[in-house]
Design a protein around this ligand. Structure first.
Ligand SMILES: Cc1cc2nc3c(=O)[nH]c(=O)nc-3n(C[C@H](O)[C@H](O)[C@H](O)COP(=O)(O)OP(=O)(O)OC[C@H]3O[C@@H](n4cnc5c(N)ncnc54)[C@H](O)[C@@H]3O)c2cc1C
Length: 457
């Protein structure tokens, strides 16, 4: 859990065509532009859609489902040939849809941005989400750690249920049709895609973040919004592993530690304390504890990890001194086995502390003992780099929250323009918090749109 952070916010507008952190964005080709201009002529006089949703991830699908009231016309654009590609990957295909427990426990799970999501989470909570699916025949189950999954452990079933709801409610889904421009006009908006142009009274941008770009989330939403004058914050990977400088544990890859404390240091100053599960990889650290805290990390920062668990350094040092004193003729590594560190880790720590295999407790120097204590309770890992967007499970940054109404998800700058899901500057912890935010913000936008369309919620 994070304590005492503040995240710097660089609000900057993208220019159309500008890239977000090296992710290339889509452009009109000349042929597409001509085609669009022809289509714009064709749509003159066309009845506008009430709502156009851009992106068929969980946020877009859920928003479209709930915005589609009888007599309303809702259209949903998806650039891929298939909808919901990232949803299908979620929870390694099993879809960790939300987390159990009190909804108020969610507010601390979105870094500094929990306050923004609060009304959306209160308006459509984890229990509402579980009920939505179970009422439609998809039962959920909760793991011991609080993660909620469909009993069938099938992300395709989650997607199929959402698509079925869209069909039932008459949502027009247009796959393989990337939105390449959104224009504001006196009547609402004009949306141009690779193949057509569509007038709409309201637009909801649900294009996701920039992580796993192969799923279709490539930052288009940030570009479309910025082109309309909506401020966007810098995009960076979140929920991502770290590569460690001079990493000594490559041959221990796969060893994991349950709920251990670690701290973050920047320029010699401690900037945060966390605890969580940590996994050794071939090049550095991963596991839920690292992924969740990664939104605060920068290259060059140091993580100090306590393999001794919650025992404070001085208590560990005292215990170790007592142990060594009482076992003078035994080997250090034999005596230290009583401290319950994984054997391969202990051997490595002793090697790094310059303790030879045949050294007895009586011969251990004070300097060596100090080294061991530091490596067991505050092992320093210097972050070489964070995993990039191809491995990050979420995106930090997005539509700047101060310019979005947190109750309705509507832009405070461009009336009729809404946002939901990961395109917003919201990134949650692992454990179902991101999907819940996508569903809850999608629902909040839909409810606001329904009020506007004059239908009871
Ligand atoms: C490997 C992986 C596993 C994950 N597992 C979990 C999990 O178990 N639980 C959890 O809570 N979270 C999980 N997440 C995070 C979660 O999947 C996302 O936060 C969530 O999908 C965001 O939903 P969204 O609807 O906002 O965006 P997305 O799901 O990213 O959907 C956006 C959609 O918009 C489309 N699109 C983009 N640009 C355009 C355009 N110009 N025109 C038309 N369409 C466009 C994209 O193709 C995409 O289909 C996981 C993420 C990854 C990468």
């Amino acid at each position: 859990m994070a304590e005492g952070f503040s995240r710097e916010k660089a609000v900057f507008p993208f220019c159309p065509g500008q890239t977000a952190q090296g992710i290339s964005l889509q452009y009109h080709t000349r042929a597409q532009t001509n085609k669009c201009h022809e289509s714009i002529d064709l749509v003159k006089g066309m009845n506008p859609y009430d709502v156009a949703v851009i992106g068929s991830g969980p946020a877009g699908l859920f928003c479209a489902i709930h915005a589609a009231v009888p007599q309303s016309r809702v259209i949903l654009f998806e650039k891929n040939e298939q909808p919901g590609k990232k949803l299908l990957l979620s929870g390694t295909g099993q879809c960790n849809i939300t987390h159990a427990g009190e909804i108020r426990d969610f507010f601390t799970r979105y870094g500094d941005h929990g306050k923004f999501v609060k009304p959306a989470l209160m308006g459509f909570s984890n229990t509402d989400l579980i009920r939505f699916f179970s009422d439609r025949g998809l039962a959920m189950e909760t793991e011991k750690n609080g993660k909620v999954f469909p009993k069938s452990r099938s992300a395709p079933e989650v997607l199929s249920l959402l698509l079925g709801e869209c069909r039932t409610r008459g949502v027009e889904i247009r796959c393989g049709e990337p939105v390449i421009g959104v224009e504001k006009n006196a009547d609402g908006f004009l949306i141009t895609t690779g193949t057509g142009a569509y007038p709409a009274r309201a637009v909801v941008i649900t294009t996701g973040g920039v992580s796993y770009p192969k799923t279709g989330s490539t930052g288009d939403g940030a570009r479309l919004a910025a082109a309309l004058g909506q401020p966007v914050t810098a995009l960076a990977p979140a929920l991502t592993p770290v590569t460690v400088r001079d990493y000594p544990f490559a041959d221990l890859a796969g060893i994991s530690f349950e709920n251990i404390p670690f701290s973050l240091w920047h320029g010699g100053k401690k900037t945060g304390s966390f605890s969580g599960d940590i996994l050794f990889t071939h090049t550095g650290l991963s596991g839920p504890g690292i992924l969740d805290a990664s939104r605060y990390f920068s290259a060059g920062d140091t993580l100090r990890v306590s393999f001794a668990g919650k025992i404070p350094r001085d208590a560990f040092e005292r215990d170790l001194a007592g142990l060594l004193l009482s076992q003078g003729t035994r080997l250090v590594r034999t005596a230290m086995a009583g401290l319950h560190l994984p054997d391969r880790l202990l051997r490595k720590i002793l090697e790094l502390s310059g303790v030879l295999d045949d050294l007895t407790c009586a011969h251990l120097t004070a300097a060596q003992r100090k080294e061991i204590v530091t490596r067991c309770t505050e092992f320093p890992f210097v972050i070489d780099r964070l995993g990039d967007f191809s491995v990050a499970m979420a995106t930090r940054g997005g539509i700047a929250l101060e310019y979005v109404n947190q109750k309705t998800m509507e832009s405070k700058i461009i009336p009729g323009l809404f946002f939901a899901g990961e395109v917003l500057d919201i990134d949650g912890d692992t454990g179902g918090y991101n999907l819940q935010a996508a569903f809850s913000t999608g629902y909040a936008a839909a409810m606001a749109l329904r009020n506007r369309l004059g239908s009871p919620s």
